[in-house]
Design a protein around this ligand. Structure first.
Ligand code: SF4
Ligand code: F3S
Ligand code: FES
Length: 248
């Protein structure tokens, strides 16, 4: 069945822009990205929207739909109430380039700051064996499609530009946790996670987990365990003594 629905779409660049209203045809089974493509084809050929796979796997089509951070290619039109106006805006945490396209380079910068995997040099190539439990743990984190919806929704940087310098966001704190939990990684990531990547700013609101399209339990399985490891380190009497006498 075909119906007409009302959409309000953010149009503009940089700090300047406004919501433009469109009536667009909607067919059964369509997702929000289909509507944006129809809009481009029929009424707004210059509408900027980033997408690639239309299958929830490339992480490109992140935006905010009725105020909720989502992938537009995975948001079915049937989830909205009949007659409901659908408002589509770019991710709020990152600067807008044009229309629905943001500059997400903040995330690339934070990714570069995480010290890379540091295997034990004493382990000869091919000798390392990993327990299935450790494989399974990092497998969950590797489902990440880098859509940046978690970093977009986190209140630490969503409304506080000044925190961006000191906070890597849930995506890259999760990466630090993944490496910290890797049995062959020799780098101690607890101190840098706390002091440089801003783990202490996270107050476990779990909004990141709620919006993750891959259903990764970011807070429970990455951030809280990393916080526990940081606490263990801080309150370990040997570490405390070492700090006092200048060994750590
Ligand atoms: Fe997206 Fe989830 Fe990865 Fe965050 S952890 S970037 S929400 S897939
Ligand atoms: Fe932010 Fe997630 Fe922590 S939303 S406050 S990083 S639990
Ligand atoms: Fe690839 Fe939506 S277009 S995740």
């Amino acid at each position: 069945m075909t119906t007409k629905r009302t959409f309000r779409v953010w149009r503009g660049d940089g700090g300047d822009g406004e919501l433009a209203q469109y009536e667009v045809e909607v067919n059964e089974g369509e997702v929000v990205l289909d509507i944006l493509h129809r809009l481009q084809a029929t009424q707004a050929p210059d509408l900027a929207v980033r997408w690639n796979c239309k299958a929830g796997k490339c992480g490109s089509c992140s935006m905010e739909i009725n105020g909720r951070p989502r992938l537009s290619c995975m948001t079915r039109m049937s989830t909205f109430a009949p007659g409901e106006t659908i408002t589509i805006t770019p991710m709020r945490t990152f600067p807008v380039i044009r229309d629905l396209v943001c500059d997400v380079s903040f995330n690339y910068q934070k990714a570069r700051e995480i010290p890379s995997f540091t295997p034990d040099p004493a382990t000869a190539p091919g000798d390392f064996r990993m327990a299935q439990a450790d494989v399974g743990r990092s497998q969950e984190f590797r489902k990440c499609i880098e859509c940046f919806l978690c970093n977009n929704v986190c209140h630490v940087i969503r409304d506080h530009e000044e925190n961006k310098e000191h906070f890597s966001g849930p995506r890259y704190l999760m990466r630090a946790a993944e490496l910290e939990m890797h049995p062959e990684d020799t780098a101690d990531r607890r101190k840098v996670a706390q002091e440089e990547f801003g783990l202490g700013y996270c107050n476990i609101t779990k909004c990141c987990t709620e919006v993750c399209p891959e259903n990764i339990k970011i807070t429970d399985n990455a951030l809280i365990p990393l916080k526990e490891r940081v606490a263990d380190r801080q309150y370990d009497p040997l570490v405390w003594l070492g700090t006092k006498i200048g060994l750590r």
